[in-house]
Design a protein around this ligand. Structure first.
Ligand code: KIV
Ligand code: ZN
Length: 510
């Protein structure tokens, strides 16, 4: 049967720290809850010393999410370790992950320290972390460019000091699979006490080798893989969780080992991340791209129809892709609606179904055929945990090639209705200016994208915006069959996230 390979998900730490992927606390909890359903072994929830927001998010995930180990990252100073412990200590199974750079390049140019100093700092840090928490991971950053003899000595010492996992990062994605596999094998063979710790791999994708390197690590003795959903992460990203897991599963005959991942949750997890961050997966992305299971060529289609194995090495169902596309319409009842949501993987309360059903009926009045993607858009909007401090009540825009674009907007805030108008560079700009005037929370629009959720003239338009408020970038999303309305909703969604946070801050202070 082989041995278990632990899956350490760092979507919320290494993934989140790359530009465009930042998430707020509620989004992190939602993502972490889904990662727990996916049954990952470890969730690295953030880097608590990095900011107040990071600390609060790690703490909130540690308190809310049950099942996986919850890890917090720390550099070697005590203050970092204390902060990480403070954030993860409420978890059912907490872990402190300590790291320090070990390559001569980093020592000379970044840290200006000797190898001996780094060795001593590492031992002290791990010993201190161990006095707080049983489960300690240690990472020598830039390990793949570090001196191997030094690494052997260092790893023996940190295991002696209490590390239970030793992670070997290919921080800059420089290694080749053979070199990296050999490094893992050398550490496994030469570190005398290695049997007391789990070897972990952490590979970046700068040369597109992150997954290949991670698998080479597993072949040579690693039993934990650090990875992210959709392969997001610093620069070119980290090893993609879905690719590592499906490679181990599909080629079990070759790798022999297994993971505990519920692979049927992969598709949903991938889509949830895209939904939260507003960044879509490329269509040809392995496992989770839109085309990953689409057979276009006639010969392929013919083959698959005769016997799927001709061109399919794994089934769409194994990653949780809905089996077929069911079309609903205005005559579809609540039962068909809620059954389809279940098939799409949503477990909703009766109240959530009722609310989503109202949205469904409204949409069905405007759009003849409602596809799975429409349903997902409806439910995702309904599941948004951000209260609508400002709700769009009325919107009218005037535009044309000889007209000054003007927007009149009325927003509901509790019992209050507030209306204003503005002119702008176009109807969307005018709408956003009017919203700014009403809310008093002005934002700077950085990115705007629009796509049709399904095909057809009556398709739902989904707008995703990235808006800067006081230096922080917030993602907003809105859907409607009217693109200006979708634009207004997306912007308001971002504004509501800020309003919610300001409200929470005021509550915490009072
Ligand atoms: O890439 C890296 O070296 C890291 C460490 C902090 C594990 O992310
Ligand atoms: Zn990394």
């Amino acid at each position: 049967m082989g041995e278990k390979v632990w899956i350490f998900d760092t979507t919320l730490r290494d993934g989140e720290q790359s530009p465009g992927f930042s998430m707020n606390i509620e989004e992190k909890i939602r993502m972490a809850t889904q990662l727990a359903k996916l049954n990952v072994d470890v969730i690295e929830a953030g880097f608590p010393i990095a900011s107040e927001g990071d600390f609060e998010a790690v703490k909130a995930v540690a308190q809310a999410v049950k099942g996986p180990v919850i890890a917090g990252l720390a550099r070697v100073p005590k203050i970092d370790i204390d902060r990480a412990w403070e954030a993860v200590r409420h978890a059912e199974r907490p872990r402190i992950h300590v790291f320090v750079a070990t390559s001569d390049i980093h020592l000379e140019y970044k840290l200006r320290k000797s190898r001996e100093e780094i060795l001593q700092q590492s031992i002290e840090a791990v010993r201190y972390a161990k006095s707080l928490c049983d489960d300690i991971e240690y990472s020598p950053e830039d390990a793949s460019r570090s001196d191997v003899a030094f690494l052997i000595k260092l790893i023996e010492a940190v295991i002696e000091a209490g590390a239970t996992t030793v992670n070997i990062p290919d921080t800059v994605g420089y290694a080749t699979p053979q070199e990296y596999g050999q490094l893992i094998r050398t550490l496994r063979d030469k570190v005398p006490n290695i049997g007391r710790a789990r070897i972990s791999v952490h590979c970046h994708n700068d040369l597109g080798l992150a997954v290949a390197n991670s698998l080479a690590g597993v072949e040579n003795g690693a039993r934990q893989v650090e990875c992210t959903i959709n392969g997001i992460g610093e620069r070119a990203g980290n090893a993609a969780l879905e690719e590592v897991v499906m490679a181990l599963r599909t080629r079990k005959d070759y790798y022999q080992h297994y993971t505990d991942i519920v692979t049927e949750e992969i598709y949903k997890t991938s889509r949830l991340l895209s939904h939260i961050t507003g960044i879509k997966v490329q269509p040809n992305k392995a496992i989770v791209g839109d085309n990953a299971f689409a057979h276009e060529a006639g010969i392929h289609q013919d083959g698959v129809l005769k016997k799927a194995i001709t061109y399919e090495i794994m089934t769409p169902q194994s990653i949780g892709l809905p089996r077929n596309r069911l079309v609903l319409g205005k005559h579809s009842g609540r039962h068909a609606f809620s059954k389809r949501l279940q098939e799409l993987g949503y477990e909703l309360t009766r109240e959530e179904i009722n609310k989503a059903f109202v949205r469904f009926k409204n949409l069905a009045d405007k759009k003849k055929e409602i596809y799975d993607e429409d349903l997902q858009a409806i439910v995702e909007e309904e599941l948004s945990t951000i209260p609508e401090t400002f709700e769009l009540d009325y919107l009218q825009t005037t535009t044309g090639n000889h007209t000054l674009p003007t927007a009149t907007v009325r927003l509901r805030k509790g019992e209050l209705l507030v209306q204003d108008a503005a002119i702008g560079d176009g109807p969307v700009d005018a709408t956003y200016q009017a919203i700014d005037r009403i809310t008093g929370i002005p934002g700077k629009l950085l990115e705007y994208s629009i796509r049709a959720v399904t095909e057809g003239k009556d398709a739902i338009g989904e707008v995703v915006v990235k808006v800067q408020f006081n230096g922080e970038v917030i993602t907003g999303r809105g859907t409607s069959t009217d693109v200006i309305e979708a634009s207004a909703k997306a912007y308001l969604n971002a504004v509501n996230k800020v309003a919610y946070r300001q409200g929470r801050y005021r509550e915490a202070k009072s």
